[in-house]
Each structure stands twice: as C-alpha cells, then as structure tokens.
Design a protein around this ligand. Structure first.
Ligand code: THU
Length: 135
C-alpha cells in the first residue's frame, strides 16, 4: 500500500483507540479497516458491565464499515494500548475473514510506533467462508 495511505490508516486506528470504552480491562484497542475503493472506517473496543457483551475494536470497525454499505476489506490496522502488538482474537479473525481474502494485510501498531504486518490468511488458515456453505 502507498506509504501515506497506510500512515493515515494507522492514525485512524490510534485516534479511535482514544474513545475506547474499557473500564473493566483498561485495555484500549483501536482498529481501522480500508475498503478496496479507498474508504476507511475505524472504531474502538466497547465493553459492558455484562462482560460477555463487550465488543472488540475490530468487530466495531467492521460494523461501522458494513453499516456504511461496504462489504470488502483490503487492509486492517489494529492499535494496541502498549508496546506489544495486539493480535486479533480468534473471533475477530473470523469476522475479518468474512470480508477479506487470505492475502489481505493486517498491520498491528504499538504505542511506540512499531508495526508488524501479516495477512488474514496467516492468522486464520483454512478459514470457513461463505462458499463452504455451498459444498
Ligand atoms: N480486544 C480488542 O478490542 N481486540 C483484540 O483483538 C483483542 C482484545 C479488547 C476486548 C476487551 O475489551 C479488551 O481488549 C481486553 O480483552
């Protein structure tokens, strides 16, 4: 991806993180997804006093994208609240795979600005996808 485009996606995820509602874990996560047509959608994790109802940043970012009429992801960025990388949880890997082919890059950014890039195919090999329902 063009360097400036990735930079702005990283910034979106880092900005979204500031709005994280995470009073229970204190673990503020931000995520941003880019569509193949260049639109970007971000969000943060949103926790609940009823703990299992909490939603990851990736899930809320994807919900934001879908509610704006988009069904394809071309890049995912996840901002961690510390100097480690926040790899997406298992459930979010599946949620990303719903809208992203195997080769889609997933970039993690930490608070010290370091990045680590992988793909959804590496994070979730042999993902169960819509076409599997047809077999
Ligand atoms: N969390 C995310 O938002 N994304 C991840 O990939 C991992 C975990 C959130 C969920 C919860 O609000 C907090 O981080 C601690 O697990």
């Amino acid at each position: 991806m063009i360097k400036n485009k990735l930079e702005s996606l990283l910034q979106l995820a880092l900005e979204a993180q500031k709005h994280s509602h995470s009073p229970y874990s204190q673990f503020k996560v931000g995520a941003a997804v880019l569509t193949p047509t260049g639109e970007a959608f971000a969000y943060c994790n949103v926790e609940s006093a009823a703990f299992p109802l909490g939603q990851c940043a990736e899930a809320t970012a994807i919900g934001n994208m879908v509610s704006h009429g988009h069904k394809r992801i071309s890049h995912v960025v996840i901002a961690s609240p510390n100097n480690d990388f926040c790899f997406p949880c298992g459930g979010c890997r599946q949620k990303i795979a719903e809208f992203a082919p195997d080769e889609t890059p997933v970039t993690m950014v930490s608070q010290n600005g370091e990045t680590h890039e992988t793909t959804i195919g590496e994070l979730l090999p042999n993902a169960f996808r819509a076409h599997d329902l047809d077999k």
